[in-house]
Design a binder for this molecule. Structure first.
Ligand SMILES: CC(=O)N[C@H]1[C@@H](OP(=O)(O)OP(=O)(O)OC[C@H]2O[C@@H](n3ccc(=O)[nH]c3=O)[C@H](O)[C@@H]2O)O[C@H](CO)[C@@H](O)[C@@H]1O
Ligand SMILES: C=C(OP(=O)(O)O)C(=O)O
Length: 421
């Protein structure tokens, strides 16, 4: 298995460009199922998860492909022949976001058979709210042999009040409601920029969605949609990770191609640590202070501090001046990076959903093991700062969500390489 080897102690300097957002690309690729014809997406990150979503669509009978040469960011999905509306266990088990095909399939083809995603390293992650939403739109749902089977002659508009705020749940039900008969009102929706982006794409396809990005989304169903061309928005979590890379190495980096409003909670937190952040044409410059101050963090739904940045921020806090209290309030088991950070000399105590991090003078490089996507990123960040060599194993987690991270960091001056097994 490949591993990443980092030799710490280099200040990062220069400019780096952020790729397209994984969490926007995945639902948008699934939304191609809603129209006949070829949809073309630009700025699609080249990630394992995107490849998996293309495979899911391919096994159903969609034509899928990524351009080669200069435009590897362009992906096409065509829906032309018959569609077999099933997402098999072998693919769903590698990526739970495969469940995003459920809403489009039942809305467009009247039936779907999608393997139930299990839990994962960060929590149980049920999909009860996705199913509640689809039922409210008139779908019949059965769970058999580990699969969700959903059928409906034609979905009907309805009111859905989500009991918990769910990003992919909101997206799945929104994609179902666009082809339902009549008006749907979704309440207590996720307000993440990726939900708004999906609604933007659906509206370009001919849907009638209002309110995405707020907690109430109103959708007037239409009879059919058209394929679309769209450029995916930049990945705010990759941007945040690169900003922390600048901060933890005492660096000065211009992070290009970002949407500053989407980064607000991260920018505010990094300013509290003493970093100077300025918006410049085309990006945000992060200049690290000589001493990082400790800050407290509570993760929350957007516009709160994103859970997908918790592990990276904790990496930074391991070398801050003082003690920081980090509360994880979205997922019940998202501290898997802590035992690995301990191996590098971090001082962290977990008390339930809270981690108390006492900054240490120095981290020391060590062999460590990635356990999930953002945990992997936090270990790479800690490795950039640590004295000596850090080897991060099981980096297939990292490859799910970061496009060539080691190359981007190396271009900024890091001593980092991928060692092929
Ligand atoms: C592909 C994608 O976009 N992934 C993101 C998405 O995941 P995802 O959409 O899976 O996360 P959710 O917003 O659904 O999860 C939030 C919380 O709600 C719970 N829940 C969710 C659905 C449900 O039916 N029942 C239920 O109880 C979950 O277990 C979790 O505790 O949002 C998360 C929270 O910002 C991010 O960490 C992920 O990167
Ligand atoms: C948890 C994440 O992704 P997923 O929902 O695809 O597991 C993530 O991007 O940090």
């Amino acid at each position: 298995m490949d591993k990443i080897v980092v030799k710490g102690g280099h200040s990062l300097k220069g400019e780096v460009t952020v790729s397209g957002a994984k969490n926007a690309a995945l639902p948008i690729l699934a939304s191609a199922l809603l129209a006949d014809g070829k949809s073309v997406y630009r700025n699609v990150p080249d990630l394992a998860d995107v490849t998996t979503m293309l495979k899911v669509l391919g096994t159903m009978g969609c034509g899928t492909g990524r351009l080669t040469g200069e435009r590897t960011d362009v992906c096409e999905v065509s829906v032309e022949g018959p569609i077999h509306p099933e997402a098999p266990y072998d693919l769903v088990k590698t990526m739970r976001a495969s469940v995003l095909v459920l809403g489009p399939l039942v809305a467009r083809f009247g039936r779907a058979r999608v393997s139930m995603p299990g839990g994962c390293a960060i929590g149980a992650r049920p999909i009860d709210q996705h199913l509640k939403g689809l039922k409210a739109l008139g779908a019949d749902i059965h769970l058999t042999e580990g699969y969700v089977e959903a059928t409906a002659k034609r979905l009907k508009g309805g009111t859905v009040n989500f009991d918990v705020i769910t990003v992919t749940g909101t997206e799945n039900v929104m994609m179902a409601a666009v082809l339902a008969q009549g008006r749907s009102v979704l309440e207590n929706c996720a307000r993440e920029p990726e939900v708004e982006e999906l609604a933007r794409v659906l509206n370009k396809m001919g849907a009638r969605i209002q309110g995405a990005g707020t907690s109430v989304i109103t959708i007037d169903g239409v009879d059919g949609l058209n394929p679309v061309e769209h450029a995916i928005l930049p990945d705010r979590i990759e941007a945040g990770t690169l900003m922390v890379a600048a901060a933890i190495t005492g660096g000065d980096v211009l992070v290009r191609r970002v949407v500053p409003e989407h980064l607000e909670p991260i920018i505010l937190k990094l300013r509290e640590t003493g970093c100077t952040l300025t918006t410049e044409e085309g990006g945000i410059r992060v200049k690290a202070p000589s001493v990082i101050h400790s800050v407290d963090v509570k993760t929350a739904e957007h516009p709160g501090f994103p859970t997908d940045m918790q592990a990276q921020l904790m990496g930074l806090m391991t070398v801050a001046d003082g003690t920081s209290v980090i509360s994880e309030r979205i997922f019940e088991n998202r501290f898997m990076h802590v035992p690995e950070l301990h191996r590098m000399g971090a001082d962290i105590t977990i008390q339930g959903h809270t981690a108390v991090v006492k900054g240490v003078r120095a981290l020391s490089g060590a062999p460590v093991m990635a356990t999930d996507l953002r945990a992997s990123a936090s270990l790479v960040l800690a490795g950039l700062r640590a004295e000596g060599k850090t080897e991060v194993q099981r980096i297939y987690h990292l490859d799910r969500g970061y496009e060539r991270l080691e190359r981007k960091l190396r271009d900024l001056g890091a001593d980092i390489s991928r060692v092929k097994a």
